[in-house]
Structure formats: C-alpha cells, structure tokens
Design a protein around this ligand. Structure first.
Ligand code: TMP
Length: 239
C-alpha cells in the first residue's frame, strides 16, 4: 500500500491517505501532550511502543470477536487501518476511581468501582472535550441511539477482555478512552489503545505505568511504556 497526502495531524499521530480509499496510513509520533495540549513534550520512542502496543491490543480484541479498524503493521511507527467515519465522542471506561472522576466526585484515587462506569465526552479541542450524556449525543446528531448502544456493548466486551489480559500481566486496568467509527453501517473500534489512553497500575505496588508519569512529572516515562508493553505481550503469548 502506498502513502499519499497527509489528511490530518493530531497530537500523537499523523493520518495519510493511501492508494486504496478504504484504508488510512497512520504514523505514530513521539509527541506527548496533556491537559488539552497545555503541557507539551516528547517521550523517546513512544510512537514505536504505542504503534506496536495498539496493534497488539487490537489484534487480541479482534481474535476475541471485537470489530476494529486495525489492518496491519507496516513498520515500527506505521500501521494501516480501515477508513472509518468517526463518531465525535470519546468513551471513557472506568474500573477504579482516578483522574477527573476522583476530582468530580471527591473520591480518592484507587477506590474500586462496584461496576464499570461509562462516560461520554464530545471530541472538540476548542471546548476542551466537555463531558456530555447520551441525550446530548443523540439530540446534537453526533450518534444515533443504536450507535450508542453498539459502542456500549463493544466497550463492555473490550473491558472484560482487557481486564483479563492485563490481570495476567500483573496490572490493574484503572480506566481508558475508546473512540469509535462507522464502516459500511457497522460501528467499529478505532483510534488506539496504549499507555497514552489507558491508566495501568502495577497490581502489587500500585505504581503508575502510563501517561500519568508524564502528566504528573513522575519520571521514568519511557521505561513505564516499555514495561507495560512487554508485560502484556508476554501475557498474550501465554494466554
Ligand atoms: P480522565 O481521568 O482525565 O478523565 O481520563 C480518563 C482516561 O481517559 C485516562 O485513562 C486517560 C484517558 N484520556 C485520553 O485518552 N485522552 C484524553 O484527552 C483524556 C482527558 C483522557
């Protein structure tokens, strides 16, 4: 497949057209941002780890019946994905209280939720990705009720599969963000799954092994990304 013109440069990835209109060429960058772009930096080789980790997670999910956009890895930083019509929502799934939920409800980080929490955010950098609910999404035409139900069903399945595999890697899946799109009328999982978009805590020490190390200046950012990737890779190989 051939890389053509760049369509879009996001905070962590560049998206290019290809010679086949059904597919995009996605290049993962080392750039890191937080707090809606206010904090900026780079994490050495993050693009390589996130590209490989995302490919691995999407392959694992696909093998377990989840429809995703992932097609194939091209090289360390590049993957081919199916072209989706993106739904402009971020779906955050939470199993343990952390981050913005901790602030919003005044509960300490680490509190284990009795059941998974699903949140919707409207994807708009200028607005700082505000939290919305299902009726906003439907009434504003961002998604249909059927699409929201499909996203919830997929997210629940993703949650069970991800929790199971990271547990084998000695990791707690605290929370994460998913994005979805539509291809031939079907809702599919898109974007990425990586330490940029998930909170991973070591099961024994509760040490943070994700982008919170960058957001909160905790150091050893690259090391955490590599460790999470290697531990989950081994867990999948042994599953
Ligand atoms: P939050 O606690 O800041 O709302 O984040 C919840 C989860 O979503 C966390 O795993 C990080 C992820 N996330 C993103 O991937 N992109 C974002 O823009 C934000 C705000 C969070």
């Amino acid at each position: 497949m051939e890389k053509l013109a760049m369509l879009y440069e996001g905070k962590a990835k560049k998206i290019y057209d290809t010679d086949d209109k059904n597919y995009f060429w996605v290049e993962y960058k080392d750039d890191a941002t937080a707090f809606n772009g206010i904090k900026k930096g780079t994490i050495a080789d993050k693009g390589i780890i996130n590209n490989k980790m995302s490919a691995m997670m999407f392959t694992y999910l696909a093998q377990n019946g989840v429809n995703t956009h992932f097609v194939e890895l091209i090289n360390d930083r590049v993957q081919i994905v199916r072209r989706l019509e993106m739904i402009p929502l971020e779906i955050v799934v939470r199993n343990i209280v952390a981050g913005s939920l901790s602030k919003r409800v005044g509960k300490e980080e680490g509190f284990v939720l009795a059941s998974p929490v699903f949140e919707l955010y409207y994807k708009d950098d200028n607005l700082g990705d505000p939290m919305v609910n299902e009726t906003h999404a439907i009434a504003l035409g961002w998604a249909t009720m059927d699409q929201i139900n499909a996203m919830k069903d997929i997210a629940l399945k993703v949650n069970e599969l991800m929790m199971a595999i990271v547990a084998k890697a000695g990791i707690d899946l605290v929370d994460y963000k998913l994005e979805f799109g539509v291809c031939n009328g079907k809702v599919m999982l898109g974007d990425e799954i990586s330490p940029d978009t998930c909170r991973f805590w070591d099961k024994d020490t509760q040490e943070k092994l994700d982008k919170d190390r960058f957001r909160r200046d905790l150091g050893k950012v690259e090391e955490a990304y590599v460790e999470v990737y290697s531990r989950i890779k081994e867990a999948i190989a042994n599953a």
